[in-house]
Design a protein around this ligand. Structure first.
Ligand SMILES: CCCCCCCCCCCCC/C=C/[C@@H](O)[C@H](COP(=O)(O)O)NC(C)=O
Ligand SMILES: Nc1ncnc2c1ncn2[C@@H]1O[C@H](COP(=O)(O)OP(=O)(O)O)[C@@H](O)[C@H]1O
Ligand SMILES: [Ca+2]
Length: 503
């Protein structure tokens, strides 16, 4: 048996995508000495080739031999090896949002992803969504046990929809009431794969390290598994949403609200609305109370970030397993301390993961962990436009974005927020003068005062209520990903970001 490559080729079995008998009358036909063979036999091994910046590609190597029997034995042996990789999916349910991002979801899936799935002998049921919530509603009806995973082709909003379908379905099947903020939620063991085809794609970028449909498809094929923290968001004992990336009030809420009207602009809408929101410089008054995450080892100011096989996330996983064993014993959580902070904020961001994306390669909280059971709560107090710009620019370079007197960051396991406006409305409902004044200010956008509420941006969707109660559920779901792998070849840690090019 011999391989046409001149260099040695080492492939771990976990990186093999498929093994096939090589078809002839292809380009290999006239390679060197094999040309003279009467009836050559060969098989091709398709495998994952790791390129720069976390990019994966499908590569192949062909082995030739004279003996047909020997050739078949090799194919058989390698196929058996692949069969032994139990974490690999065989049957997937795929949802495609044809309107996400640059509206390329369908094309990306058909041209780049479907051929790889078929090469890896994965069968798929594909649903092209016809309206928002199509995928979510569908997930409550399908025979979910048939599938080894669900794939969503789209952006963060589409992922959020599929996640709500899956988590919601799990709770319904287990008789758990999502409206109870204290209910212990049932973990969701069906993995979700994200094929990025949206506008921000922050969940894909933060869990894989690159926005690339082929790379994401290969992580699905090799059966990767990355647990993920999920926050539940409630208002007055009513369930609102789950969040895995950003819960943002003020700046990011206002950007989202403005950009929804400009969907036709595609991903550009965030730059346009971002600039507009930056100029409007609104701040909002309110009270935030939170329970610090004492169980985790890390802190938001750590220099090291969450990487493949993260030690801090593993520790949280062990704690979670112990908690499950001890269930029935009283939970201490409710007795733990709450910290209360009142103030005027330009932005309140709670992130379950770094929220790295091409716009901000290290993210809103570079040291946040994917699966440690905590969120980083970032409070940006009222400051000058210039200072706020300095803060924003630090999301795009190597400088520490928390090193400002007007920025505080806490690692938390739960928090609550109420705006001053809703507090006032609750205490003296008939203060008409105040309301009139509020109306006046809303009509004059040049005014920076806290006359109106902002809205919460929950993974790219707006919430209806400004008063919310949030709880982090450690490792509630799993992705076909492995977290960001450590750089090995001395690559530059971050590529030059778009904002630096702009400035
Ligand atoms: C004036 C200088 C501005 C520089 C700002 C650089 C920081 C950018 C950080 C972005 C953080 C993104 C967090 C992810 C949010 C997504 O869930 C959400 C929805 O994404 P989708 O449209 O579904 O892909 N996108 C936005 C912008 O709210
Ligand atoms: N066929 C459809 N028509 C309209 N909206 C849809 C459709 N399918 C999904 N959606 C919704 O579109 C929203 C945005 O999708 P997403 O894929 O995240 O794109 P983007 O990143 O551009 O915002 C999601 O909240 C999802 O619920
Ligand atoms: Ca986390």
């Amino acid at each position: 048996i011999s391989c046409v490559h001149t260099e040695n080729c080492f492939v771990p079995t976990s990186d093999i995508i498929a093994v096939e008998e090589t078809e002839f009358n292809k380009k290999q036909h006239n390679i060197g000495k094999w040309q003279k063979m009467a009836k050559p036999h060969a098989f091709t091994v398709y495998y994952v080739k790791k390129a720069r910046n976390h990019r994966w590609r499908c590569s192949d190597v062909t082995f030739w031999c004279v003996d047909e029997h020997l050739c078949n034995q090799w194919i058989q042996a390698l196929k058996e090896l692949l069969e032994m990789q139990k974490s690999r999916p065989k049957q997937l349910l795929v949802y495609i949002n044809p309107y996400g991002g640059r509206r390329q979801g369908k094309r990306i899936y058909e041209q780049k992803v479907a051929p790889l799935f078929s090469l890896a002998s994965i069968s798929t049921d594909v649903v092209i969504t016809e309206h928002a919530n199509h995928a979510k509603d569908n997930l409550f009806e399908v025979n979910i046990n048939k599938y080894d995973g669900v794939v969503c082709v789209g952006g963060d909003g589409m992922f959020s929809e599929v996640m709500h379908g899956l988590i919601g379905r799990m709770q319904k099947d287990s008789g758990i009431d999502q409206n109870n903020p204290k209910a212990p939620l049932v973990q969701c063991n069906i993995r979700i794969g994200i094929i990025p085809a949206g506008s921000t794609d922050c969940i894909c970028y933060s869990t894989v390290g690159i926005i690339d449909p082929v790379t994401s498809a290969l992580h699905i094929i090799v059966g990767d598994c990355q647990p993920l923290d999920v926050s539940s968001v409630h208002h007055n004992n009513t369930f609102l949403k789950y969040s895995v990336s950003l819960l943002g009030y003020g700046f990011y809420g206002d950007i989202l609200k403005d950009s929804e009207k400009k969907r036709w602009m595609g991903p550009m809408r965030y730059d346009y609305s971002g600039f507009k929101t930056f100029l409007s410089h609104h701040y909002y008054e309110g009270t935030i109370s939170f329970q610090p995450a004492r169980h985790t080892l890390g802190s938001p100011r750590d220099k090291d970030s969450c990487r493949t096989g993260c030690y801090i996330c593993k520790k949280s996983e062990q704690q979670l397993a112990e908690q499950h064993k001890e269930c029935g014993l009283k939970r201490e959580e409710d007795e733990e301390e709450w910290k209360v902070i009142k103030g005027k904020f330009l932005a309140i961001n709670a992130v379950n993961m770094s929220c790295a994306c091409p716009r901000s390669p290290k993210g809103l909280s570079p040291a946040a962990h994917l699966a440690d059971g905590s969120a980083d709560l970032i409070l940006v107090r009222k400051c000058s436009r210039f200072d706020f710009l300095r803060y924003l620019v630090r999301h795009t370079n190597q400088d520490d974005q928390f090193d400002f007197s007007f920025v505080d960051v806490y690692r938390v396991k739960s928090f609550q927020f109420t705006s001053k406006l809703s507090e006032d409305n609750e205490s003296n409902v008939t203060d008409i003068g105040k309301k009139r004044f509020g109306q006046f200010c809303r009509d004059h956008p040049a005014c920076c005062c806290n006359s109106a509420n902002s809205t919460w941006n929950c993974d790219g969707e707006t919430l209806d209520s400004s008063a919310i109660e949030v709880r982090v559920h450690c490792q509630l779901m799993k992705l076909f990903a492995r977290g960001i792998e450590e750089n090995c070849k001395g690559e530059a840690a971050y590529s030059q970001s778009s904002i630096e090019q702009l400035l």
